[in-house]
Design a protein around this ligand. Structure first.
Ligand code: ADP
Ligand code: MG
Ligand code: ZN
Length: 478
């Protein structure tokens, strides 16, 4: 039997507000344990939570950017469970009435465009962290993270493959980074994902029983875990068994998942509305004022890049995937007045290659947009050749110096556009290449390449190729 897989993703992301969701403790990462705490986030009796307005604004921003409807009234609930990293004994989270519902984003996977529905978006607080030292008979608790604001984005079960899941996650992350509400760092845990996976006979309208996969710490793990799960469920059915609803834990070193708990063992969180927090009312005026702060989003920017710079769908996609890279490209191009494709080639080629090799992000680029723009300007003006530009680029990467300075310091790099000097060299070369000149005149025009090569060798690549070609033609075509 042929099967179709059904996937729904839950993304938990840390919001980049400076303070926590219900108190004014700092959210900064890496502080001494338990220094970013107060009676509210320590769960002391008698204290009251106060909702951080920024958290609400960031969530509205994310909801608008993913085409969700903002609910005028939403509520916070208590999700009750015991764990040593949860001092209150409950986590505050939106449950029955989330702040946003019914949105969508567009993705592209396997060469096809597709719309994926967003079921809901809600706000919640993070728990603390346990630190286990294998050499000690006890564990330590760090509550700096308790109360750090999280946003959960739950997709509709519209995803059909691991490729689509990867594309969906990358798009969500790109959007959140564009609007500046999350740093989207999966390795550091500020962008986490659970995947719900089921299979059903191809063409069926009824979904199968799903398994929920946890501990997916990178895009690769999400994709691998989903593929593993699809195959596992197919095997269960092929063996005459039934898929059971369960939570499974991905083991990235063994490349497989194991059952963590079945539906019967699932927690009953005894959700109820938090009596300490009023219903949250978001009126249209508030929504409009947040909407006014939305920047150009990835899809819009990609479309603009295709039109404004005549770039291909692919090039525009690469350049606009991250806001910083798109900014870099635009700044770089602002120093020039034509040939955006050339800028694109330099940015997606040598520049990304350099960043990749050095493990740096675009913001840490040793070659600034201004310097790359300046370099391409020198090529444009004919001061240096495209070949020399590569050498100057490498020097800029090492020193961070401006291209004009590098070229000035090393006279040899300047492109020889001096017609007289080039002509002299050409005459010399033609004199000593009698055989090739005869071949050319006999119609073997391919030897032109040989002459150009000789001139370049003589000038160490510095001769302006356009002028070289012109003079050669003039001398040979008599
Ligand atoms: P829970 O609290 O049980 O995790 P949520 O509503 O938070 O429930 O998340 C459910 C997720 O599972 C959603 O992303 C939804 O799209 C997805 N989902 C629901 N049913 C299925 C199914 N049969 N197969 C795959 N995914 C599913
Ligand atoms: Mg869930
Ligand atoms: Zn606090």
């Amino acid at each position: 039997m042929e099967f179709e897989s059904v996937i729904g993703l839950e993304v938990h992301t840390q919001l980049t507000t400076e303070t926590k969701i219900f108190c004014n403790c700092s959210t900064a990462f890496g502080a001494e344990p338990n220094t970013h705490t107060c009676p509210v986030c320590l769960g002391m009796p008698g204290v009251l939570p106060v909702l951080n307005k920024k958290v609400v604004e960031y969530t509205i921003k994310a909801a608008l950017a993913t085409n969700c409807g903002i609910q005028e009234e939403s509520r916070f609930a208590r999700k009750n469970y015991f764990y040593p990293d949860l001092p209150k004994g409950y986590q505050i989270s939106q449950y029955e009435l989330p702040i946003a519902r019914a949105g969508y984003i567009d993705i592209e996977a396997n060469g096809e465009k597709k719309r994926i529905g967003i079921h809901r978006i809600h706000m919640e607080e993070d728990a603390g962290k346990l630190i286990h030292d294998p050499n000690r008979p006890f564990s330590k608790v760090d509550l700096n993270r308790t109360g750090v604001p999280l946003m959960e984005i739950v997709s509709e079960p519209d995803i059909r493959s691991s490729e689509e899941a990867g594309a969906y996650l990358r798009k969500i992350r790109s959007i959140l980074r564009y609007i500046g509400v999350s740093d989207g760092n999966m390795e550091e845990g500020s962008f986490r994902c659970d995947a719900n996976v089921s299979i059903m006979p191809k063409g069926s309208e009824t979904f199968g029983t799903r398994a929920e996969l946890k501990n997916l710490n990178s895009f690769r793990h999400v994709e691998k875990a989903i593929d593993f799960e699809i195959e596992r469920q197919k095997d269960v059915i092929a063996d005459g068994g039934k898929v059971v609803q369960e939570t499974r834990l991905w083991n990235p070193t063994k490349n497989k998942s194991t059952s963590m708990r079945s539906k019967e063992e699932a927690h009953d969180y005894r959700y109820f509305p938090d009596p300490d927090l009023l219903p949250l009312i978001v009126d249209e005026k508030w929504v409009d004022s947040v909407r006014a702060t939305l920047p150009e989003l990835p899809d819009e920017r990609k479309e603009r890049f295709e039109k404004e710079f005549s770039l291909s769908d692919y090039d525009a996609g690469v350049l606009t995937a991250a806001r910083e890279l798109a900014d870099y490209f635009e700044e770089c191009f602002s120093y020039l007045d034509n040939n955006p494709k050339q800028v694109c080639n330099w940015v997606t080629g040598p520049l990304l290659g350099l960043l990749n090799a050095e493990g740096k992000s675009i913001e840490e680029s040793p070659v600034s947009a201004k310097n790359l723009g300046g370099l391409l300007k020198l090529v444009d003006k004919g001061t240096i050749s495209g070949k020399i530009a590569k050498t100057v680029f490498e020097k800029m990467a090492k020193t961070g110096d401006a291209p004009e300075e590098i070229v000035k310091k090393e006279k040899g790099l300047v492109q020889v556009s001096d017609t007289g000097a080039i002509e002299e060299i050409i005459v010399k070369i033609l004199d000593r290449s009698e055989k090739e000149v005869e071949q050319y005149k006999a119609g073997k025009t391919k030897v032109m390449g040989f002459f150009v090569g000789q001139v370049m060798k003589e000038t160490k690549g510095a001769a302006n190729p356009k002028i070289v070609n012109e003079i050669l033609k003039r001398k040979l075509d008599v």
